[in-house]
Write a protein that binds this ligand. Structure first.
Ligand code: MCN
Length: 764
């Protein structure tokens, strides 16, 4: 499919922008109904403690308060088994172990911020004031927030159900083969690589509005979500309320980044309240609540080793992972294992591989998916090893890559961990990027920076990631045509900012050859019974998007049959173009809208698609100021292969967003817990770094598509690519800048203070 097809009907501008930038968007906390009550959560101010008692009398007597709910209520409701999807079987048949999680803490609290009680009042202010009157008596226990520490002997034991704090353990690959390869290696590179714990911070705070309808025993919930399927099934799992009794509403969603794929315990607590009190209950999180209790991302520690022969050919790799998942296994837990495993050898041919995984529980906020969910972490680890190996053996990192790439002829390529890389042109992507970034001219630029008193460094990353595959059995799209000629496509993916209303409408309008103004995309209609994946894992375009195409094609086929009746010919004699059916047999025509004159037409389409493998090469240059430790990103080039591109400007935006999100983690974002008390020290934006405009200069990007055959559109995912590539490239550039001073292993966040101290220590 040529780019031209996609630009035929549309100039690329976003359909949703007018609504969103004129304040007409409708988010979860915009929802209000008469007679609603307001909830406020009392949260644990300790990392690890027994709950001796929860005294609610004074709070309950506060003016306006209707009721105070506690863990006892949650246990009575039976809402105690948090859903998680860690179904993988580990070492020696091991199944994941996790403490039970009542929707309000019962007997124990396991992290600062865990909800202990829910105060419901007739105003938000009354609920908040009364919450201060809830008296919780705790018996403090020793806590541990550091994942490596949690696995050490003598660490406080956090749960009887999780001996040694080890929730899960597994291994992958061939240990013997790796040992043999390491024994024969000419060079071994070793690095400890930490992908730091970060807080996703979508713009829209988490919120939930629950109404209970006693007549139908059903709940209506407004929450920011990434798709109704997972949200509904997990909350149903948690509460045993049948899924069809959980009706979700969501209009606009202000960001998700993976954090909104699953259900949160607060939602179930609000269900108890709405049902008990017979009135709708609304809760909107504060920013601090969000920073402390929305699932965090990343926090993976890798000890990696790469063995090379004398020509720089990779022989074997070993990675020992510690993957922190916080106090409870959160719903997204499995993704961190799947995604780090799938592309464990990156873009390289590495004959032998061995990896181990250990998942500890800690006294911290549960970890969930965050833009990439393991993909940036494995890419960062592998790229750190490769760049470090190049420095150690004195080879150009681009040349080291050329020698070790999986060659285009080897595709489709099955990786040692079972990833099935479909199609890519890795050398093509690399050479294009080297040219774009003027790789050869770097020495000159470095010298120039040096004259100006700056340390200049260049970084390169070549990455690949798995996108597309989802848990749902199929992706379904229902397509409707009404008498006005409007075509609506219904699905259960959910844009949180990814512009599906534009790109999916483009897909439908391209297939039907009608103006985009006549296409409407409807996602997660309340009570929908459609099956399909939520939006995450950069799978929506490959999944729901492709099915939009199939649905439109189906409408054409069915339309031909109906038009044939009108035209008095066989369906095979009917042709379709630009909204009109015609036949050689007559001069009469039938318009698309004519078919729906009597009643709206409706057809279902479905599809199931495997993984696609977007890949790219990013090259960045930085200048570090030796006097202040401040880093300035002075150049950023990106060449990406995401298959056929539906909308170039949206893709550019997705890539830029991802790059800057990665840069946030590289230069400052990190959730920090006090090691003694387990208190989060980054629970406001005074303390938690936020990447700002200007952190990254204008990105110079080029596309390098190889067409995927996984779906009829030839697309691969793009939503996470920017951040998968930007973390390794930016860290690499900074390390390259300070390497001449003898500094070898700094890790994120690369703050001015950290760099300054390292440079001072290095005697510069
Ligand atoms: N696209 C395209 N051509 C392609 C691939 C994609 O035009 N070959 C377009 C799509 O049609 C879509 C967008 O790019 O409009 C992203 O598509 P895709 O890669 O399929 O990803 P998803 O729609 O499934 O979005 C999920 C992805 C993820 S996993 C995270 S995390 C993330 C991201 O998207 N969170 C985001 N981008 C985000 N952007 C915003 N604004 N907000 C978030 O929360």
């Amino acid at each position: 499919m040529s780019n031209e097809t996609h630009h035929h009907h549309h100039d690329g501008r976003r359909v949703e922008d007018v609504r969103l930038i004129t304040g007409a968007g409708r988010y979860a906390s915009d929802w209000n109904v008469p007679g609603q009550l307001y909830g406020h959560f009392v949260r644990s101010d300790r990392a690890h403690a027994e709950i001796v008692s929860v005294e609610t009398k004074n709070a309950a007597a506060f003016p306006g308060v209707k009721h105070v709910f506690t863990g006892e209520d949650a246990v009575r409701a039976g809402y105690v088994r948090a859903p998680h999807t860690m179904q993988f079987i580990g070492k020696n048949g091991m199944k994941a172990r996790s403490p039970e999680r009542p929707v309000l803490a019962h007997k124990k609290v396991r992290f600062v911020g865990e909800a202990v009680a829910l105060v419901v009042a007739d105003s938000a202010a009354a609920a908040q004031d009364a919450a201060e009157l809830v008296e919780v008596e705790y018996r403090d226990l020793r806590s541990v927030t550091d994942p490596e520490g949690a696995l050490k002997e003598g660490a406080p034991q956090l749960s009887d159900e999780v001996p040694g704090n080890l929730a899960w353990e597994s291994e992958i690959g061939d240990e013997k083969a790796v040992e043999a390869a390491f024994a024969a290696a000419a060079h071994i590179t070793r690095a400890k690589v930490v992908s730091t714990r970060v807080a996703p911070n979508p713009m829209e705070p988490r919120a939930c509005h629950v109404a209970y309808d006693a007549a139908t025993e059903s709940y209506r919930l407004h929450t920011p979500m990434q798709g109704v399927g997972t949200q509904r099934s997990q909350l149903s799992n948690y509460t045993k309320v049948p899924p069809e009794k959980l009706v979700f509403e969501a209009r606009d969603v202000g960001g998700g980044f993976g954090q909104r794929s699953g259900a949160y315990p607060e939602y179930a607590a609000l269900m108890i309240a709405a049902k008990t009190l017979g009135a709708p209950v609304k809760w909107t999180a504060t920013r601090t609540e969000g920073l402390m209790t929305d699932t965090h991302g990343r926090n993976m520690i890798a000890h990696g080793q790469l063995a090379l022969d004398k020509d720089g050919k990779f022989l074997a790799m070993r990675i020992d992972w510690i993957v922190d998942l916080g106090a409870y296994l959160s719903p997204g837990a499995q993704g961190h294992i799947r995604n780090t495993t799938n592309c464990m050898t990156g873009v390289y041919r590495i004959p032998a591989l061995y990896g181990t995984y250990r998942i500890p529980i800690t006294n911290t906020t549960p970890i969930g998916a965050y833009r990439g969910a393991g993909r940036p972490d494995i890419a960062y680890t592998v790229e750190r090893l490769v760049n470090q190996a190049a420095a150690e053996i004195g080879m150009d990192p681009a040349e080291l890559r050329r020698r070790n790439f999986i060659p285009p002829s080897a595709f489709p390529y099955t990786s040692p961990t079972g990833g099935s890389y479909e199609i890519a042109d890795l050398p093509g992507v690399l050479e294009k990027a080297l040219k774009l970034a003027d790789w050869k001219g770097f020495a000159g630029r470095r010298a120039k920076s040096k004259k100006a008193g700056k340390l200049r460094g260049i970084g390169i990353s070549t990455v690949i990631e798995n996108t597309g595959l989802g848990n749902a059995p199929v992706d379904e799209v229902e397509i409707q045509l009404d008498a006005s000629g409007t075509v609506s496509a219904f699905m259960v993916a959910k844009s949180q900012g990814q512009s599906h209303e534009t790109t999916f409408a483009q897909i439908v309008s391209d297939a039907l050859e009608i103006p985009i103004e006549r296409v409407k995309i409807v996602q997660c209609a309340p009570g929908t019974k459609l099956k399909g994946n939520g939006t995450g894992g950069s799978r929506s375009t490959v999944g729901a998007g492709s099915v939009c195409h199939l649905a439109a094609k189906k409408l054409v086929e069915e339309g031909k049959a109906l038009a044939a009746l009108e035209l008095g010919v066989e369906p095979s004699q009917v042709e379709y173009a630009k909204g009109t059916f015609r036949t050689r047999e007559s001069r009469r025509t039938v318009k698309l809208a004519d078919l729906a004159k009597e009643k709206t037409l409706s057809y279902m389409a479905e599809g199931k698609f495997g993984s696609t493998y977007p890949n790219g090469c990013h090259i960045a240059e930085v200048e570090v100021d030796p006097d202040t430790g401040e880093t300035k990103v002075v150049s950023y080039c990106a060449v990406d292969d995401i298959g056929v591109v539906i909308n170039h400007s949206i893709v550019e935006g997705q890539l830029a967003g991802g790059v800057v999100q990665g840069a946030g983690q590289v230069f400052g974002e990190k959730v920090i817990y006090d090691p003694e008390t387990g208190q989060p020290l980054t629970a406001t934006f005074m303390d938690y770094y936020m990447p700002r405009a200007g952190l990254i200069p204008a990105i110079r990007g080029e596309e390098h598509p190889t067409e995927s055959k996984v779906s009829p559109l030839g697309v691969k995912g793009v939503g996470e690519s920017g951040c998968t590539a930007s973390i390794p490239v930016l860290v690499g550039a900074v390390l390259d800048a300070v390497r001449p001073l003898g500094i070898k292993d700094l890790d994120m966040p690369l703050t001015p203070a950290k760099l300054w101290r390292a440079m001072k220590g290095a005697g510069s």
